[in-house]
Write a protein that binds this ligand. Structure first.
Ligand SMILES: [Ca+2]
Ligand SMILES: [Ca+2]
Length: 143
């Protein structure tokens, strides 16, 4: 699967009534954003490119490929980045339980082990617009 040809089809996506591919969802987001419909094509093209890149990022988060990113999936990738590129301004070091989970590629429970509940709520609130505890591609792109 190349970056140019990403098919994003959530299990419950009905392509006859809603966009299911990365490009279709990105294009749909643009037409919704372009309220005065002035056809700023060049900017839109840039936006589609940008959103498609973000969508690929989303796929990285969605480890079990069920079309939504759970808190565990979200934290797993964030923490992996943190271990690779430590943040010198981080207040508290990652817990031993957290590091063990990351190193053994465990996802279940990683959000709880790696992030204080309060911080996790803040992070999720940023993305999870409908507060159902999962981040959809659309929610991710709107952030
Ligand atoms: Ca998932
Ligand atoms: Ca949600």
């Amino acid at each position: 699967m190349s970056d140019e040809d990403v098919l994003f089809v959530p299990d419950d996506c009905d392509s006859s009534t809603e966009p299911c591919t990365v490009e279709a969802i990105a294009a749909d987001e643009i037409s919704r954003a372009d309220t005065n419909a002035d056809g700023r094509v060049e900017y839109s093209e840039f936006e589609i490119f940008y959103l498609a890149e973000r969508a690929v990022e989303f796929l990285d988060y969605d480890v079990d490929e069920n079309g939504v990113v759970s808190p565990d999936e979200f934290v797993a990738l964030e923490v992996r980045d943190l271990i690779e590129f430590p943040d010198p301004e981080m207040d508290e070091p990652l817990s031993a339980e957290c590091v063990t989970l990351v190193e053994s590629d465990q996802i279940n429970g990683i959000a709880k082990a790696c992030m204080p509940a309060h911080d996790l709520r803040m992070v999720m609130a940023e993305f999870d617009a409908d507060f159902d505890g999962k981040i959809t591609l659309r929610e991710f792109l709107q952030n």
